[in-house]
Design a protein around this ligand. Sequence first.
Ligand SMILES: [Zn+2]
Length: 142
Amino acid sequence: MKPSFEDVSSERRQLMSKIRGTNTSIEVLCRKYLFARGFRYRKNVRSLPGTPDIVLNKYKTVIFVNGCFWHHHEGCKKARIPKTHVDFWQKKIDKNLSNDQLHKQQLEFLGWQVITIWECNLTRKLFEQTMKEVIDKIIHFK
Ligand SMILES: [Zn+2]
């Protein structure tokens, strides 16, 4: 039996709203940072595998800004499966994970550099360092 929205706690509901496409706040932070440093990009490009959040044509680089729970950031405490409705969550997350892997392969096959930015690396404390590393990868690709 699938849990309905009524069954899940508000915390869980918050997590559910963090599905790609509705979770915009951390993406916006990353975009603003890049924009302020002169990078120009396209957003949510549907013509590319996985609809990357940020696409930098000039650098042949795509960026996914991933929620740790939904995209199962390995070893991350934010990625722990809830103790209730385990099968439900496991199935959903497994599906996301295999999609992510497939899309990454497809993009790399097409010649794109794929950068994943994890939610947990965008805390106030880590944001600057994370984005500096991202820019380093962007400008040094090929
Ligand atoms: Zn994480």
